[in-house]
Design a protein around this ligand. Structure first.
Ligand code: NAD
Length: 238
């Protein structure tokens, strides 16, 4: 079994997807039992739907928040957070919107697709809306009274340019890139894997299955995130 000594690396990026939260109980979007087998995204997860029926869109996101609030971070999230506490050069780039990295104690987290725990005003930008039960605390911008929408990258939204740039910069400085639980099917996020591969740095894929991006990685750890992350990046090698 490969092990990696993170203290041998100056800058490390963990790039995570829905698979890292699967063992916490957060459902994936696709496949049987996935969210899009129960809902049509055209009705709940796009700007057009929000314009037509904002209450229906907010109700859908409140249900997602309540579900995620009941899901604890798992050993993969917790182990990455423990490493961040002992190594200043570790950045998490996540495609997830669930906030589980932060609940595990991670601080340097770049959220490519936004967060369920923030709302956004078109004029005044994102704002935190933290609740323990899922209900939204505010629906109007305190500055301009505009209706707030979830700060999530929906189907017809572009990824925030500044956030994507920050992710690219973190990869440009990294000497180790570890992808955990992503199918690498969602773009432009998946392009970050190519950015790491083209730099010629060490790259590791943690996933029980082969993915469309597997060929881009130098090492493959086939197994569950909650097992592979603690086992292959041991803290006691510090
Ligand atoms: P995906 O659902 O397309 O792929 C998940 C990948 O994780 C698969 O390759 C699967 O083999 C792997 N996987 C499943 N269980 C795993 C485990 N226990 N350990 C390690 N790997 C495991 O997810 P994606 O690539 O992140 O793309 C889907 C999009 O949907 C992303 O934009 C993501 O943000 C979003 N999404 C987010 C959440 C969340 O916030 N938790 C949940 C569902 C979807």
């Amino acid at each position: 079994m490969d092990t990696f000594h993170l203290l041998d690396h100056d800058r490390v990026v963990f790039f995570t997807g829905a698979g890292i939260s699967a063992e916490s109980g957060v459902p994936t979007y696709r496949g049987s039992g996935g969210i899009w087998s129960q809902y049509r995204w055209q009705e709940v997860a796009c700007e057009a739907a929000f314009r037509i029926d904002p209450d229906a869109v907010l109700r859908f996101h409140e249900k997602r928040r309540a579900l995620v609030a009941a899901c604890p971070p798992n050993p993969a999230h917790c182990h990455i957070a423990s490493w961040q506490q002992r190594h200043a050069g570790i950045t998490v780039i996540t495609q997830n919107t669930d906030g589980l990295h932060q609940r595990a104690g991670s601080t340097d987290v770049i959220e490519l697709h936004g967060s369920l725990w923030r709302l956004r005003c078109r004029e005044h930008g994102p704002m935190a809306d933290v609740s323990s039960d899922g209900a939204y605390r505010q629906t109007q911008c305190p500055a301009c009274n505009a209706r707030l929408r979830p700060d999530i990258t929906w189907f017809d939204d572009a990824v925030d340019v500044a956030v994507f740039h920050a992710a690219s910069q973190a990869i440009a400085a990294a000497d180790l890139f570890v992808a955990v639980g992503t199918s690498a099917a969602v773009w432009p996020a998946a392009g970050l894997i190519d950015e790491a591969a083209h730099r010629g740095i060490s790259t590791v894929e943690i996933n029980p299955q082969e993915t469309g991006a597997s060929a881009a990685f130098g090492s493959h750890l086939r197994g569950l995130a909650s097992v592979m992350v603690p086992r292959c990046f041991p803290l006691d090698n510090s």
